[in-house]
Design a binder for this molecule. Structure first.
Ligand code: 5AD
Ligand code: SF4
Length: 512
């Protein structure tokens, strides 16, 4: 369901309710608005046009809803989810709610969930267990589950059956409906479920409360059409749909004008940016070429898919300037056979060729990656191909995972004869290669001068400041607090296991 279908279903509801004087009939509400999220439906997605909306607004009568009330959002998962939380917070604030850092003082608690692996889901169900007594103590407290898990039929059913104290479940396509969902939840005794299973639109003018004023995230596209066999994202986030370049450029200009130093362009598969435009040939390379002219020191993007990473993008990235030469390029496996089973649509050789092209155009580029071990029936030889690819590319670092079957995905149906102990052992062996190469790469920084965007005090010592280099290395160093929010030059004195220690050599680097 999308915005158009919702409006149509509302008309049906309105007609139905004219016969009744008794206010809202919630059984009808569920029939009309709740469509269980369905993976089968998601796979049938067509090429319908994406609907763009620029008319987000909060109905007059809901505007004061949050007066005297506080909200708390706990976010799980990726940066996309973090950014969705910024939008949810923006809507809460427009409704008059105040933010709080403590569940105990919150009037509304939202869990913005991640579905990528089973342990991500376990964490959420664990947290729901902790929230139950709080709800018992304070029945007025509203508890909501949103984000990727809400898009899964099995999760919605489990909450409907076993976690009756939850007041609201809404999906990734329903964020803009938060005011209405909260209103329903306040009026109703029933659990409010609003999960639109299909496609999704693009809604442009949503409010946001950004976390901090140094680094900002900008969505450039939503959804994913790649359907890698292990991955739940194409189902939880809907089909690929790109924001129009004018909107993105305007948002980045606005952030630059506000003094932001770094932006990260976000999408599940940013290299597919623009492929859905019916009216123009315009891709990520074109977008980056325009964004690089904006007066903002650093621009990153994530996440890339090797299949769609084209030569024009490499050409544009090689122009450098504010386009950073750190590329996160998930490989998932070093074996062409496993990649085929994963439906990644590239081979080991194709990936290595892409890396060669990137390094040729950007000799100083750093690459990081994601790797899954223990995909169904992965052999020892296939796993060793992953190790050898890792050594060949010499990634700066990697996120490594044991394969986790996700209900409804093709891989979840594959029979698997690899015992968990073997998978765990492979993960350990991979991690030791990752650590060895990361340490070697960090060591190379000793004695060098790097530019660090200072984010604030270090977590462990308020006397020390911390920030990231253009290649995403965390650097700790002593400097006056006035350096926070600026890009400064730091001499690296010592490489630690994961971070660098340095000394500031110059107050600020004027980038403008
Ligand atoms: N099991 C394990 N890891 C997964 N990822 C995605 N789906 C799964 C899964 N079912 C990993 C991939 C992806 C990263 C975000 O999470 O490596 O790039
Ligand atoms: Fe998790 Fe993927 Fe959803 Fe991000 S998009 S929150 S990684 S399931």
């Amino acid at each position: 369901m999308n915005e158009k279908q919702r409006l149509e279903s509302q008309q049906v509801q309105a007609q139905d309710s004219t016969d009744k004087k008794s206010g809202k009939d919630y059984s009808k509400y569920f029939e009309a608005v709740y469509m269980p999220p369905s993976l089968k439906e998601a796979k049938k997605r067509g090429k319908e046009e994406v609907a763009y909306h620029n008319d987000f607004g909060i109905p007059e009568e809901l505007l004061g809803m949050g007066k005297g009330r506080k909200f708390y959002i706990r976010t799980y998962g990726c940066q996309m989810n973090e950014h969705d939380t910024e939008v949810l917070a923006g809507i809460f604030m427009q409704l008059g709610f105040e933010p709080t850092d403590s569940k105990e003082t919150a009037d509304v608690i939202l869990l913005n969930t991640c579905a990528i692996r089973e342990n991500a889901e376990d964490k959420v169900f664990g947290e729901l267990g902790h929230l139950k007594p709080l709800k018992k103590e304070r029945p007025d407290l509203l508890i909501g589950v949103c984000g990727c898990m809400s898009q899964e039929e099995s999760v919605v059913n489990r909450i409907l059956q076993k976690h009756h104290f939850v007041d609201m479940i809404f999906g990734t396509h329903n964020i803009h409906r938060l005011p209405q969902i909260l209103n329903e939840a306040y009026l109703s005794k029933e659990m409010v479920v609003e999960v639109w299973s299909k496609e999704g639109d693009v809604i442009e003018n949503l409010p946001r409360v950004r976390k901090g004023n140094i680094k900002g995230w900008v969505n450039i596209m939503y959804g994913c059409d790649k359907f890698c066999t292990y991955c739940i994202v194409p189902y939880t986030r809907g089909k690929e749909r790109s924001r129009r370049p004018e909107e993105i450029i305007q948002e980045v200009r606005h952030l630059a004008a506000q003094g932001y130093q770094e932006i990260t362009l976000l999408g599940q598969n940013v290299n597919a940016y623009g492929k859905d435009f019916p009216d123009m040939e315009y891709g990520l390379g074109h977008l980056m070429d325009e964004l690089r002219k904006i007066d903002i020191p650093r621009i990153r993007f994530t996440t890339s898919h090797p299949r769609d990473f084209d030569d024009y993008l490499i050409e544009v990235l090689a122009k450098g300037g504010n386009l950073l030469d750190h590329i996160h390029l998930p490989v998932q496996s070093g074996s062409s056979e496993v990649l085929k089973l994963m439906a990644r649509k590239y081979s080991r050789e194709h990936y290595l060729e892409l890396v060669r092209k990137i390094k040729e155009a950007m000799p100083n580029a750093s690459l990081t990656t994601d790797i899954i071990v223990g995909f169904p029936n992965e052999t020892e030889e296939q796993f060793e191909e992953t190790l050898s690819l890792y050594r060949e590319v010499e990634f700066d670092s990697a996120y490594t995972f044991i394969y986790s079957p996700r209900e409804g995905t093709p891989a979840a149906k594959m029979e698997d004869n690899i015992p968990m102990e073997v998978k765990k052992e492979r993960l350990q062996r991979l991690n030791s290669v990752v650590n060895e190469i990361s340490a070697k790469k960090l060591k190379e920084y000793e004695g060098k001068i790097v530019e660090v965007l200072v984010e604030g005090e270090s977590k462990n010592n308020p006397e020390v400041l911390a920030g990231y280099t253009s290649k995403s290395k965390l650097v700790n160093f002593r400097a006056p607090k006035s350096a926070i929010g600026k890009i400064v030059k730091v001499k690296v004195v010592k490489a630690k296991t994961w971070t660098l220690d340095g000394e500031m050599v110059e107050e600020t680097v004027e980038v403008k």
